[in-house]
Design a protein around this ligand. Sequence first.
Ligand code: GCO
Ligand code: MG
Length: 401
Amino acid sequence: MRIRDAKVVICCPGRNFVTLKIQTDDGIYGLGDATLNGRELAVAAYLTEHVVPCLIGKDASRTEDIWQYLYRGGYWRRGPVTMTAIAAVDVALWDIKAKALQTPLYNLLGGRVRDGVMVYGHANGRDIDEAADEVGKYLSQGYLAVRAQCGIPGLPTTYGVSKDKMFYEPAEAGLPVENSWSTEKYLGHVPKLFERLRSTYGDEVHLLHDGHHRMTPIQAAHLGKQLEPYRLFWLEDAVTAELQEGFRIIRQHTTTPLAVGEVFDTVWDTKTLISEQLIDYLRMSLRGGGITALRKIASFADIYHVQMGSHGATDLSPVTMGAALHFDLSISNFGVQEYMHHSPETLEVFPHAYSFVKGYMHPGDRPGHGVDLDESLAAKFPYQRAYLPVNRKLDGTLWNW
Ligand code: GCO
Ligand code: MG
């Protein structure tokens, strides 16, 4: 089963996606997602110019050896562009292997250890009333876990709040838009949202919140304490995590569970966080090196009681969503999977086997990861330059978005 050809397909059915398609000499193909929001063409060029030429002629079944070849063999290790590219190759090769063996991917990962994958939806509103109504809509659709974000009085825009509700998409065409931010205003408002949600919806629902890297450790510690009465499932990305030791400060002050990891690239981003038990959930997606890497990271996390809570934003294509569900179904230390809805156009471009029933998702039982690409439809949606916003404090200082 030799690799005969590999190509990169870029499309924009509402937002940009980069897909790697690898073909073998016995007629099987596999798909991997190479999307890196706002930096898509860098990964596409990395793959086309530097990775694809090395793949041709290799034995497609040697997933581990090819992973090592691209990571160790590249000499320049880590970084989002490199790891997104390696992930795309790795997921495409696992797809091929499972298709060749005519079995759903989860069977190659140890088989399923649960019946379904609990997912959380994104509820958001311009104010607390609207956000509370949106949480109610998710609950009436059967969701067991909901992330809640709301507008902050005095700030024109806030992370996680959108007009489109179900199809929240922070990247915008053109050059980056500028948002403004005040952590002080935010800290005073968020506990009121969760007080309302618990008093309206009771104790059963799992409530989550994303701080999107904007606090300092001591501010995050303060927020965690304020939120303790409302028993969050997790507080996500309370601070940026380049300084892993920073989480010690948060941990010393609060029992609110902590989640982080959507921007992580390798196990090295997690080492202190996991081995010192400074977090409860690791939110890396398969973008951090694919199934081969994430299986190992999940095993490392497992011995320190850290559960996986995969990033599942819409900037990851349905290919990542499908593959992630196989991964989630097969690891013992699974917590929850993020599920943001892709647009109807995106779902048409990527026919898929996964489905949502009563709060849980299932990847389906098609051979491989179960997600395909309609190339002729994709060609009707050409790439459009788009960026995530940048963020400034009220005095103009550039801050984390
Ligand atoms: C999340 C994330 C996303 C990111 C996005 C950036 O928790 O889903 O924070 O919404 O903002 O992935 O491209
Ligand atoms: Mg997040």
